[in-house]
Design a binder for this molecule. Structure first.
Ligand code: FES
Length: 339
């Protein structure tokens, strides 16, 4: 699931594998959107491989960490992210727009992918809302490489607010076999929100659907897919779902046993598991603290998890094999984690 620009917080962060990257190019993509092209400092080593749908964390000079989806995949010599200057910015997107300059070196994380593309699916529909185009643009290019039939629906407030429009049009025009198609929906031209039920209605039951966009679009997307009975529904959130963030601590305490380190930690009522582990001196990775990025995903060996993240699917939650320790808790009194 996961497009940012995910709205991520903040230091301190535990990360085992920061990479130094050169800001190689900045490009104006649309009103208030720039792309940032990063190159490895060592061309020989290259960047770790990134799949379509992946994101990376940027460790900004003001101490903030923000996670952004990659617009490219399968290129070890560069990563490209797109950043919207958010009017409600808590410092991250403003910093990128106003302080990041070509030639600087910044620290980044390895790519993580919470929004996986099923590369075997022969028919795909991608729904992008605003800056949510970022991971979907990477997917569109990958699906083009694979020769999969793909229809992109790209919604934005106006044409001026939509990034990569010309690149997408060129990609579609180059697919002579008609495998790629695109429908643009600009609110100021159409005068109404897109009718997703109508736009989704003529696809086979095997079609895979992907959406990245603001909360209301994701809700409409889920409802439309539900109404039409589609089973292969994927999405990535910009921000944690409100119903998940309203309650991020447990009213009852519980015990966590960590198998690898041999520690046992008490999590008091009202305390987040991540904070309890950090207070106990445990070395754990985390980044967003909002259940969005996947950095803190930890294997569960036993115990019943109260999942509150925005990443795991219903099936993954039911399997109870892993949890996001930054937001999720415990229902069973005791958890055993592979940490
Ligand atoms: S730190 Fe991002 S999901 Fe937990």
């Amino acid at each position: 699931m996961r497009a940012w620009p995910h709205i991520f917080v903040q230091s301190p962060v535990m990360s085992s594998s920061l990479i130094q990257a050169l800001v190689f190019n900045l490009r104006y993509e649309a009103r208030d959107i720039i792309s940032v092209e990063l190159r490895p400092l060592s061309q020989e080593a290259g960047f770790p491989p990134a799949e379509a749908g992946s994101h990376i964390d940027l460790h900004l000079g003001n101490g903030l960490i923000r996670s952004y989806s990659l617009t490219n995949s399968g290129e070890s010599d560069r990563y490209v992210v797109a950043v919207l200057k958010d009017r409600r910015s808590r410092g991250g997107s403003l910093y990128v727009h106003e302080q990041v300059r070509v030639g600087q070196v910044i620290s980044i994380s390895s790519p993580r992918n919470n929004f996986q593309l099923d590369e075997a699916a022969s028919q795909n529909v991608l729904l992008a809302g605003g800056i949510g185009i970022t991971p979907l643009y990477a997917m569109l290019k990958r699906l083009r490489e694979l020769g999969r039939r793909t229809h992109l629906i790209y919604c934005a407030r106006s044409r001026s607010d939509a990034a990569f429009v010309e690149d997408i049009q060129a990609l579609v025009a180059a697919s002579h076999d008609g495998a790629l198609s695109v429908h643009f929906h600009f609110d100021d031209e159409k005068g109404a929100a897109p009718d997703l039920v109508r736009l989704f209605s003529n696809f086979s039951a095997e079609t895979h659907f992907y959406c990245c966009g603001p909360g209301p679009m994701l809700e409409a997307y889920e409802k439309a897919c539900d109404k039409l009975g589609y089973a292969h529904v994927h999405m990535e959130r910009f921000a944690a779902a409100p119903e998940l963030t309203d309650q991020v601590t447990d009213s009852a305490g519980y015990t966590v046993a960590l198998k690898k380190s041999g520690k046992t930690v008490q999590v008091p009522p009202g305390t987040k598991l991540l904070d309890a582990l950090l207070s106990a001196g445990c070395k754990v990775e985390f980044s967003c603290r909002e259940g969005l990025c996947g950095a803190c995903e930890t294997r569960v060996l036993s115990g019943e998890v109260e999942h509150r993240d925005s990443i795991l699917t219903k099936a993954e939650r039911a399997a109870n094999k892993s949890m996001m320790i930054c937001v999720s808790g415990c229902r069973s009194g005791t958890l055993v984690l592979d940490a």
